[in-house]
Design a protein around this ligand. Structure first.
Ligand code: ADP
Length: 312
């Protein structure tokens, strides 16, 4: 009687506790499995934007392909974590694929240059069906899905996060451990500079380094003569990077071919090798590599120190 009264007041019951404990344990185990699988990937980079429509997914796909071209073929993956509007498979020519499931788990789909792709899109029965999950259920489903993926040993994983800096990107970032850093995508306008600040605060709150800012849709490449015209104001991304003392990685011009290639499932930088946008992506690859190298050098003395501390 007393026990029942206590349960009623606390809102729990001994029965729900019994049921709750194994479920909690199961959820914890999934998280640990996810961590173990992610540990096999050398570098994990999230691509974020303060708001939608600035070309975040386009940059994530082309940056990943640029790394594959830069000597990392078959060692790069993309996790399309934009759960409400997953569009990476379409951009990379894998739309409609089904993931292969084996005893070890779920295997990513393989695209151009051996790129490994996992997306919520692969789980949807058709194009018209949206992902409708509510609150806690959503994160549980995502944790379960992510913890089952067999990426194997990769050099790079690019994570295309949902747009914005709200609950959804935050919860997904918290699931993914040991990130090397974030790349922030913006467009040149002043309005977008405000959202870059939010993206920087977001990363700092999560203690994840900002690798730098990419200014997308910066200038227009004339399809006839190939020259770049500044039809909008340019330089907003670079200015805000300077103001916030974070690296500026480069500008990607507006190129109608980028849009067409995305729609046809052929990554732009694979098809248009000599375009200004491809060259800009390849320069960004070098800057990201530079960031990772510096970080490794900074971490090395710390690791040595901690090894000595443990030893002695
Ligand atoms: P987000 O992920 O930020 O919502 P997307 O990557 O889906 O944005 O891009 C939105 C649209 O803009 C797509 O149709 C894409 O092809 C196009 N786009 C993105 N960047 C460029 C660019 N530099 N030049 C031309 N079109 C672009």
């Amino acid at each position: 009687m007393k026990e029942k009264e206590r349960d009623r007041k606390s809102g729990s019951s001994s029965k729900t506790e019994e049921r709750g404990t194994p479920r909690k344990q199961f959820y914890e185990e999934q998280k640990q499995r996810l961590k173990a699988r992610m540990r096999k990937i050398k570098h994990k980079i999230a691509v974020i934007s303060g708001k939608g429509g600035v070309g975040k997914s386009t940059v994530a796909v082309n940056l990943a392909m640029a790394f594959a071209k830069h000597g990392y073929a078959s060692s790069v993956g993309i996790l399309d974590a934009d759960i409400t509007g997953p569009c990476v498979p379409k951009m990379i020519g894998l739309h409609g694929q089904k993931l292969r499931v084996g005893p070890a788990g779920v295997f990513p789909a393989i695209g151009h240059l051996g790129i490994q792709v996992v997306s919520m899109d692969f789980l949807l029965p058709s194009e018209e069906v949206p992902v409708i999950w509510r609150g806690p259920l959503k994160m549980k489903a995502i944790t379960e899905f992510l913890s089952d993926i067999v990426w194997g040993e990769l050099d790079f994983l690019f994570i295309d996060l949902p747009p914005g800096t709200g609950d959804e990107p935050l919860s997904i970032m918290q699931l993914l451990p040991e990130m090397d850093g974030v790349v922030i995508v913006t467009i040149p306008s002043e309005v977008s500079q405000i959202v870059v600040k939010k993206a920087v605060t977001f990363s700092r709150e999560l203690n994840i380094p900002v690798i730098g800012v990419i200014e997308n849709m910066s200038g227009y490449v004339c399809p006839k003569c190939g020259t770049v015209a500044n039809i909008f104001k340019v330089g907003g991304g670079e200015k805000i990077a300077g103001d916030l003392k974070i690296p500026f990685l480069g500008r990607i011009p507006i190129d109608p071919e980028i849009c067409e290639d995305s729609d046809s499932g052929m990554p732009f930088i694979v098809k248009h090798v000599n375009s200004p946008a491809t060259k800009a992506f390849m320069e960004i690859v070098k800057k990201v590599e530079g960031f990772l190298k510096d970080r490794k050098q900074q971490d090395a003395p710390l690791m040595l120190r901690s090894r000595h501390t443990h030893a002695g």
